[in-house]
Design a binder for this molecule. Sequence first.
Ligand code: DGP
Length: 140
Amino acid sequence: MAYDNNNIFARILRGELPSHRVYEDNDTVAFMDVMPQATGHTLVLPKAPSRNLLDADPAVFASLFATVQKVASAAKEAFDADGVLVSQFNEAAAGQSVYHLHVHIIPCFEGVPLKPHTGEMEKPEVLVANAEKLRAALQR
Ligand code: DGP
């Protein structure tokens, strides 16, 4: 299937829809997931368009995963997590719901189960506070 230029993340990347952005460089952007599976759940995207991993230009992976590593390390520190789950879904059968390649960064805490994927919307004030914590850790 073709890439849809008007998918939600394409619109966020163009600044047409708001997000709690925590990081941006020439090739990648990171913002808070509005339906977090755990405190601090963040998404990392390449700016280059592709539906998912399957149709992406492999040239994007170096910068994408450099940002994934940066954000995962900062999230572990910012939220005092015990570990970090990095996940990525390809097409609906695998759980994908937004069709612009993105990687989930999910802080994990011993004994705390993850909430469901694409579950409840988080309160805006919680997203604001978590974004601030993560931005601060990314600047250290
Ligand atoms: P998936 O495509 O299944 O890998 O998941 C998409 C994720 O994006 C899911 O965790 C919920 C989140 N999400 C959906 N809509 C929005 C949105 O408008 N803004 C943000 N920040 N996250 C969104």
